[in-house]
Structures are given as structure tokens and as C-alpha cells.
Design a protein around this ligand. Structure first.
Ligand SMILES: NC(=O)c1ccc[n+]([C@@H]2O[C@H](COP(=O)([O-])OP(=O)(O)OC[C@H]3O[C@@H](n4cnc5c(N)ncnc54)[C@H](OP(=O)(O)O)[C@@H]3O)[C@@H](O)[C@H]2O)c1
Length: 291
């Protein structure tokens, strides 16, 4: 991390208790880090109440990230508030105060029928979560100094697929996992590294894909790897289709088949992603055994 304490004192991090927010807090201990209880980004009065003269950079790590619940009546409103109204409020503050806004987006803005997503692929979201993330991207793109970082399959401190699989392995539960959705993991450490690179290297404003590099795999293949890394039999994971999975899942948000993203734009800006597989090994080793 190219920590520069004077500069990072002028960073404001939203959603600081989430997976990404936590790693950003550690990376920038002198930044202002606000959780939802301190700053609800969907509340325009709260956002307008911040003394923005104290900040040069907003890193928006806040979002409502529960795609299935977003398909419910209660979840739909909450998701629009956090993922579209919130970014609108931050974008307004950034425009009015000439602040650099770094916003995190998702490959769910695409329907996933095309492999290897490019940044300029048209929006085709399948789910409420994807629709709200698309709306967020559109408002943030109006900010003169903005970076939108599109990422996928995030793993850090918090609820995530890898942790769930590791827990099931330890609890001797044999899961059925979809084997027809494909992508790469993104560790929060990698997102934080890219954000730091972008801030410190005058990377041209705009939208950038960012995941870890490495082999594109299905969720089932990654689950098998997690079982093996945790010392369990990988064959305890049964691959199933998304159609089979969704038959018993209500609410259910449709997912992109292909989540893998083309990383050449951020590479051209000088940032090389790390392979996720060594990081996955390290991450699984770092998780305690569930008894
Ligand atoms: N997780 C993934 O697999 C994934 C994939 C692609 C893209 N992304 C994107 O990556 C970013 C970071 O995700 P993450 O995995 O770190 O999510 P996360 O762990 O769920 O963290 C998001 C944080 O934002 C907070 N939040 C929600 N609504 C808010 C609001 N209105 N105002 C302020 N804070 C609010 C949440 O608080 P509560 O918990 O109290 O709601 C939570 O602490 C998000 O933009 C997400 O859309 C994530």
C-alpha cells in the first residue's frame, strides 16, 4: 500500500463495516471511516450535512448486497435506496465540492450471456440488485472526477461464498453447488490495492473492471477447491445446474452465467491483478476450524 498519511486524512470511506470497508479502514487508518449508523448514504440530509471541505476523495464501499432478498418487496426498496439513491447523493456532493468519487460496481449490471465482460458492454441487468447497481453507475458517471470499479465474487472479512463452503466442510455437510456460473474471485485486499493504485497514479477517470486474475471456474469448482484446501474430500461437493438450485430457492435473483471480466483496461493503466488461487489458499488456511 502506498500510504500517504497527509493525503489519506482527506479520504472519506462509506460502508466501512462491510467486507471492503474493513480492509480500507486498515489501509487508511487516518481516513474518516463511516458505517451506516454514522452515515446512511441514502439520506440526502445526512450526506449534505458533512463538511465536505475536509475531503478530497470519497471511497464508496457502501451497498446493499443481498441479491436474493432484493427481489422481495422490502428488499427492493432498501436496495434502490442504498445502491442508487445513495450514489446519487454522493455524486451530488462530489460534483458540488469538486471531490474525487471512487465507487464500486458489479458484473451484475450485465446479463452474463457474453464472456469476458468489457467496460463498455451495454447494461442488461437481470435482477433488482443489478438494476440498482446500474443506476448507481449512471449517476456516478456524471461526476467529473470519478472512478467506477466493477468487480465480482468478493471475498473478505464477512459473509462470503468461500467462508460458507469452509464452514459446511467442517460441519460435515455436503453441499450442492451450481456448476454453470463462471467467474474469478476478487479478494478485498486486491480491491484495496487497485483503489490505492488508482488514487496515487493519476489513472484516467472512468470505469474499470477489477477482479483477481487466474483461471475462470464455476462456483462448484471453487467450492471443491475450498473443501480440498481445508483438508476435506472435494467430491463431497455435488455440482448442480442453476435451474435445479433455484427450484427450492425463494426469493431467488437471476445471476449472470458469465461473471468473468476483461482486465486489459486496468492493465493498460499499469495495474496487474494477482492470481486468486494462492490468495484462496492463504484465506482458507486463515479461517479457524468450525466444530
Ligand atoms: N460481495 C460481492 O460478492 C460483490 C460482488 C460484486 C460487487 N460488489 C460490490 O462491492 C462493494 C463492496 O461489497 P462488500 O462485499 O464489501 O459488501 P458488504 O460486506 O455487504 O458491505 C457493504 C456495507 O455497506 C453498508 N450499507 C448498506 N447500505 C448502506 C447505506 N445506505 N449507507 C451506508 N452504508 C450502507 C452495509 O451495512 P449493513 O450490513 O448494515 O447493511 C455494509 O456494512 C459493493 O459496492 C458491492 O455492490 C460486491
Amino acid at each position: 500500500m502506498q500510504e500517504n498519511y497527509i493525503v489519506s486524512e482527506r479520504y472519506l470511506i462509506t460502508g466501512c463495516n462491510g467486507q471492503l470497508g474493513q480492509v480500507l479502514q486498515k489501509a487508511y487508518p487516518k481516513a474518516t471511516a463511516l458505517g451506516k449508523d454514522d452515515l446512511d448514504i441514502s439520506d440526502e440530509k445526512q450526506v449534505q450535512g458533512i463538511d465536505w471541505s475536509k475531503y478530497d476523495v470519497i471511497i464508496n464501499a457502501a451497498a446493499y448486497v443481498n441479491a436474493d432478498h432484493s427481489e422481495t418487496d422490502e428488499g427492493r426498496e432498501r436496495t434502490w435506496q442504498s445502491n442508487a439513491v445513495g450514489p446519487r447523493n454522493l455524486a451530488k456532493a462530489a460534483i458540488e465540492n469538486d471531490i474525487h468519487l471512487i465507487h464500486i460496481s458489479s458484473e451484475y449490471v450485465f446479463d452474463g450471456t457474453i464472456k469476458n465482460h468489457h467496460e463498455d458492454e451495454p447494461f442488461t441487468p437481470l435482477s433488482v440488485y443489478g438494476q440498482t447497481k446500474s443506476a448507481g453507475d449512471l449517476v456516478v458517471s456524471l461526476v467529473p472526477k470519478h472512478h467506477i470499479i466493477r468487480t465480482s465474487w468478493v471475498v473478505g472479512d464477512g459473509h462470503n461464498f468461500v467462508k460458507t463452503m469452509k464452514n459446511l466442510a467442517d460441519m460435515r455437510i455436503d453441499p450442492k453447488v451450481v456448476d454453470d456460473q463462471y467467474g474469478r474471485l476478487t479478494f478485498t485486499s486486491e480491491l484495496a490495492r487497485a483503489i490505492d493504485y488508482i488514487i496515487n497514479n493519476n489513472v484516467e477517470y472512468g470505469t474499470y473492471n477489477l477482479s483477481n486474475s487466474g483461471e475462470i471456474k464455476s462456483w462448484a469448482a471453487i467450492a471443491k477447491d475450498v473443501f480440498e484446501l481445508a483438508g476435506h474430500d472435494r467430491d463431497r461437493v455435488t455440482p448442480i445446474s442453476t435451474d435445479e438450485y433455484r427450484a427450492n430457492k425463494h426469493p431467488f435473483a437471476p445471476r449472470p452465467t458469465y461473471s468473468d471480466m476483461d482486465l486489459s483496461k486496468i492493465q493498460r493503466a499499469g495495474f496487474e491483478s494477482y492470481d486468486y488461487e494462492p490468495l484462496l489458499r492463504e484465506y482458507v488456511e486463515g479461517l479457524g476450524v468450525v466444530k
